[in-house]
Design a protein around this ligand. Structure first.
Ligand SMILES: *Cc1c(COP(=O)(O)O)cnc(C)c1O
Length: 392
């Protein structure tokens, strides 16, 4: 099939929930993907912060192939070696003690909320304005952006939203019924919004003082994205619960909840479950992917190539008046413009670079952590060319 035929079939047979770009992808390797005509693109989106170890990593592909030939799924009525190995690995690289496996970010967020409620015996969750936590109903209710909620009410009760970055607002919102504060360390879909200095540490102190739980939604920030394995480590703040997904399993659908022993023990047999959660196939992929992050020292690459990338974007800011701000951590970067960035995303794609637009005016760069500096040079060069058309 060619791209036009694929687009026509999508229109006919697939619910039109996505504002897709006119591009069908066929193949990938590292930080490069190819379309149906064999044209290549440098991928600065990585399946939206999913393909952290790059496309078609041989170790991940091999792990998936080998596992698929033996056992794809078992149900959680039985044990598998792959699942306990992954739990041990995750506990080893995170500030947590126990893991639960599910299948997506929204599911990890919802499970985190259930765990916080079970542990505290309280119901209310304080979440942030401009946040994003997923599309299922409770995750949507936690999300602090009306644009995602419109038309899907009634939303779930029990969620209060306060401005991100404002400690005092959180303090004022806490009541006797508050179970937890839910926050993205860096707001991703909200436009790569960085936490103000001391904010996350302040949240932790506040939560400890009031005896409520701190949940980090690390669905986007996890697995090396911000320069450390988790943003909790980048900002040196230990939450009680972390929700994970996107980059966890080299591109296979998977989510996880991590928690301290004390909090995680609140879940008792029968309390929470997921049929597909932690399947041997997904766990084999996640084990391989995590080992690639460690063996290839992708955390250092994320930090070093991320700051190189950020400096390149800062040069562009000096030259182009429409660039308002450049920010981010590791290889989670945003360039805020004073115009809507959709056209720029399209121009970049035509010139061979995939990026996307977050919150309307922010170009988001979340490439595979294996992206090389020469590829970053190419991206910056192309972006400079494109931005020229928008600056006088
Ligand atoms: C993408 C995202 C989610 C939702 O993940 P899904 O796998 O799409 O359900 C939740 N939280 C954050 C911070 C995300 O970036």
């Amino acid at each position: 099939m060619n791209t036009e035929e694929i687009m026509a079939m999508d229109k006919k047979y697939v619910m039109q929930t996505y504002g897709r770009q006119p591009l069908a992808l066929k193949k990938g390797s590292g930080a490069v993907v190819w379309d149906m005509d064999g044209k290549s693109y440098i991928d600065c989106l990585a399946g939206i912060a999913v393909n952290n170890v790059g496309h078609a990593h041989p170790k991940v592909a091999e792990a998936i192939c080998n596992q698929a030939k033996n056992l794809i799924h078992t149900s959680n009525l039985y044990y598998t070696e792959q699942q306990v190995e992954l739990a041990k690995l995750l506990v080893g690289v995170s500030p947590h003690d126990l893991a639960f496996f599910c299948n997506s970010g929204a599911e990890a967020v919802e499970g985190s909320i259930k765990l916080a409620r079970k542990h505290t015996g309280k119901g209310d969750i304080i979440a942030m304005e401009n946040s994003f936590h997923g599309r299922t109903l409770a995750a949507l209710s936690a999300t602090g952006q009306k644009i995602y909620q419109k038309g899907f009410g009634p939303l779930n009760p029990g969620f209060t939203h306060v401005p991100y970055g404002n400690l005092e607002a959180v303090q004022k919102a806490i009541t006797d019924e508050t179970a937890a504060v839910l926050v993205e360390a860096i707001q991703g879909e909200g436009g790569v919004v960085m936490p103000p200095e001391g904010y996350l540490k302040g949240l932790k102190e506040l939560c400890e003082e009031k005896g409520i739980l701190l949940i980090f939604d690390e669905v986007q920030t996890g697995f090396g994205r911000t320069g450390e394995m988790f943003a909790s480590q980048t900002f040196d703040v230990t939450p009680d619960i972390s929700a994970l997904a996107k980059g966890i399993a080299g591109g296979l659908p998977m989510g996880a909840i991590l928690a301290s022993k004390e909090v995680g023990s609140a879940f008792q047999p029968g309390d929470h479950a997921a049929t597909f959660g932690g399947s041997p196939l997904a766990c084999a992929a996640a084990n391989a992917s995590l080992n690639v992050i460690l063996d290839e020292d992708l955390l250092t690459k994320s930090k070093e190539n991320g700051s190189y990338f950020q400096s390149k974007l800062n040069f562009l800011k000096e030259d182009h008046g429409i660039v308002e701000d450049v920010r981010g951590s590791g290889l989670m970067l945003g360039m805020e413009l004073d115009v809507e960035c959709r056209d720029i995303v399209n121009n970049m794609r035509e010139k061979g670079v995939l990026i996307n637009c977050a919150a309307g005016k922010v170009l988001r760069f979340v490439p595979p952590l294996v992206i090389e500096n020469e590829q970053i040079d190419t991206v910056s060069c192309i972006l400079g060319d494109v931005l020229k058309n928008y600056s006088d």
